[in-house]
Ligand binder design. Structure first.
Ligand code: PLP
Length: 404
């Protein structure tokens, strides 16, 4: 299909909605078919066609990868079996002795993988606070081979200046990788700010319906694409065709979903900021958020992840989750359904207690992934649950557990 509309290039929104339309010339199906076959015919021994074996390449997965690359503005992408396998592929570009510089409050699974690989000598890792300008100076001195960015961070929604870190990466010849899971390319495109690779857990916003676990690595240039594609095949972590199909289907509505996610999130931020039960709300849209200015520069939307600290600590958390109906107590994020997560006992439980404390994750902290339900239903539900948390917050014992 032509990528031009007259002489004007089509927008990414239109190209995403219409990815692969008309690809089926046999039956003239409007939507592209799904190719589940693990193997493809050879014309003769040793004569390879475009496809031979699905671990290496598959038409359905390729279409999904092309669409993700288009969304992120990359030269290509690999689609993997999970966000963690995408992260494992990206870090394969490190050799023994290389240093990986990663954020202290990165996703708990990334923290676990980086630490375990460093413990067995695959590479070295150092965790820093990348929003702190002193970390840039430290990086210049320790000369990492790879700089890992996760912005907004999990669960504090801290903002890292992608352009500043990408500039430094270029200066010291490091690879700059951004985990863009929390915002999706609708709200942030790290390659435009100089990142070399973007990774996603496509489990989240890109698929958007909480029914696929998947991942991707998007590359800024052909050399990096070739390397990540090689490792994806060698490690056998390419995504299944059926999952790729569902993710492609999900991506067609990404822009439309993102608008409602954000509208709802801004109303929830407002309700949290007004509540006496809440000690602090973390969302980059708030003018007093320390990363507000950087987020305004590098983000095209605020995103729908919010975290907040309840005044009543763990007891208030228990009262809140007990009283909430339309935010499911579950891990993950970015699906159409609203979720509430307790990082201390859930997403970040794989970090040991001192690491959680060092990352500022207390027992009173909750994270919301705001879905696309009717905003008024979410608001009413949240206010009821906050009322229960407020009742607990007034007991003196509760206050002691806020950061315990
Ligand atoms: N990166 C971030 C920011 C995440 O939140 C997650 C999962 O929650 C991952 C990576 C890992 O993705 P997956 O669960 O698809 O392996």
């Amino acid at each position: 299909m032509s990528k031009l509309n007259g002489s004007r290039p089509l927008s990414t929104v239109t190209r995403t909605v219409r990815a692969g339309l008309g690809a089926d010339t046999t039956h003239r199906a409007v939507m592209p078919p799904i190719h589940l076959s693990t193997n493809f015919f050879f014309d003769a021994p040793g004569v390879y066609g475009k496809y031979d074996y699905t671990r290496t390449a598959n038409p359905t997965r390729d279409l999904s990868a092309e669409t993700i690359a288009e969304l992120e503005g990359g030269c290509g992408a690999v689609v993997t079996s999970s966000g963690m396998s995408a992260i494992a592929v990206a870090t394969r570009l490190l050799s023994a002795g290389d240093l990986l510089l990663a954020p202290r409050d990165c996703y708990g699974g990334s923290y676990r993988l980086f630490s375990a690989e460093a413990n067995r000598g695959t590479y070295r890792v150092e965790f820093v606070d990348p929003w702190d300008p002193e970390s840039l100076q430290l990086a210049r001195e320790v000369r990492p081979r790879m700089i890992w960015i996760e912005t907004p961070s999990n669960p504090h929604l801290r903002i890292t200046d992608i352009a500043a870190w990408a500039r430094l990466a270029r200066e010291i010849d490091a690879i700059c990788v951004a985990d863009n899971t929390f915002l999706s390319p609708v709200n942030q495109r790290p390659l435009e700010f100089g990142a070399d690779l973007v990774v996603h857990s496509t489990t989240k916003f890109l698929n958007g319906h909480s029914d696929v676990v998947g991942g991707t690595v998007v590359a800024a240039n052909e050399d990096l694409l070739e390397e990540v594609a090689w490792w994806t095949n060698a490690m056998g972590v390419s995504g299944a065709p059926f999952d790729s199909y569902l993710t492609l289907r999900g991506m067609r509505t990404l822009h439309a979903r993102s608008r409602v996610h954000e509208e709802n999130a801004l109303r929830i931020v407002d309700a949290l900021a007004r509540s006496d039960a809440v000690a602090r709300v973390n969302h980059p849209s708030l003018p007093d958020h320390p990363g507000h200015d950087v987020a305004s520069r590098q983000q095209t939307g605020w995103g729908s992840l919010i975290s907040f600290e309840l005044r009543g600590g763990r007891a208030a958390v228990d009262a809140f989750v007990d009283g909430i109906e339309h935010f499911a107590l579950a891990e993950s994020l970015g699906g159409v359904e609203s979720l509430v997560t307790h990082p201390w006992t859930m997403t970040h439980a794989s970090m040991d207690e001192p690491a959680r404390v060092a990352a500022g994750i207390g027992q009173g902290l909750l994270r919301l992934s705001v879905g696309i339900e009717a905003a008024e239903d979410l608001e009413a539900d949240l206010e009821r649950a906050l009322g229960r948390a407020a009742a607990v917050s007034t007991t003196p014992a509760a206050a002691a557990t806020v950061l315990a």
